[in-house]
Design a binder for this molecule. Sequence first.
Ligand code: FMN
Length: 411
Amino acid sequence: MTGQPIERETSSPHRVLQKSLDLPCGAVLKNRLAKAPMTDTLGNGEGDSTEAQVRVYEKWSEGGTALSIIGEVQVDPRFPENPGNLVLGANSDQQALQSLVKRALIEGVHLWPQLGHAGARSHQPVSEPKGPSALEIDGLQCAGMSVEDIQELPDMYARSAVCAKNAGFSGVQVHAGHGWLLSQFLSPLFNRRSDGYGGAIEARCRIVLEVVDKVRRAVGPSYPVGIRINSTDKLEGGLTEDDALEVVRLLDQTSVDLIDISGGTYFPGAKEISDSPNQGPYFLDFARRAKGVTNVPLMATGGFKRREQAVGAVASGAVDMVGIARAMALDPRLAKVWLTEEGGDPDFPIFESAPPGGITDWYITRLLALGDDQEDEFKLSLPSAMRLYRERADQHSVQWREKFSRPAVSG
Ligand SMILES: Cc1cc2nc3c(=O)[nH]c(=O)nc-3n(C[C@H](O)[C@H](O)[C@H](O)COP(=O)(O)O)c2cc1C
């Protein structure tokens, strides 16, 4: 059973991170460190992978992580989070996917795309956003989904999961966090429906369970299916910890293999997901509560900056896996470093008064440098990083519109 405190070896406590983890489906993660999903904008603007993206994932795999999750991969090109993301569908460039799989699925590493749909927060320049409910507030306007729209979702996620499996990825993560579509359904801030998909948390969670169920049936019992959820939206009127605990309880009744606990939401006025004034790790108290209601292996992501924090989280039994985003952008070999006797922690940059979105943009441009093997020379200031990010998004938007506004050619 997972979640038991692991006996900490007093002389080499980091060894708890070296232990493998069995997932309910039978797959094995070789250690307790995962590269958390990060949108890298390294797609080609048409939803397909590029050499630079392959290179970044290759680096993380060589760097010793047990699990590498590809940041938001779109299940529907009409509703992307970013036009630099991948799309997993019948028209995906199979050769590009094969290259990604071949170079990153090495050394026993698991590579899972994070299946996402941005819903109400779809990238405006290429999308007509649609969420659980129509919203008209400052900074967020979207249409509301019909019941038919909602009922299409499980098949849509399942189709992308099958594409992932056929392309050779070793599992998938369903994205139900951070204020993207499935998280919007869970959140009363976005979900104001009064039908069977809105209201109490059981109803708000219904579509999430339907998606998980359809994905599982599509990929079979022995293929890893994970999910990312919020422990809280961190906003007044959003998903609370008590409701999130109910979500965990409901997921416990499904066949998910790994619940990745995160928090925070993209909503007007909300703080950045990645950074928090708290020292971190951010979500361990919730993970401990979640352990009380599920036997599904748990991962927590957020605020792990030093090895001793990861060791403590796993050794205490609060979580089974530790998810790491920014520290692995700073050092793609971090897992290997933390798994060795010697260890060593990355130096985090300090940003004074970063504008909204600025820190994430800076890390994204850091990923671009990794993809070009330019990380040693990487010195971008926050304003330059934000400018570069915007320019790329504009350029990708043009390509995305060109590709996806045309009807697909059949046959
Ligand atoms: C550049 C960047 C891109 C991100 N993109 C995603 C994403 O696509 N999907 C997601 O669930 N979280 C995304 N996140 C959030 C991270 O997965 C993670 O939850 C957050 O950064 C906190 O972890 P950390 O303290 O280890 O950075 C992103 C974070 C960063 C820095």
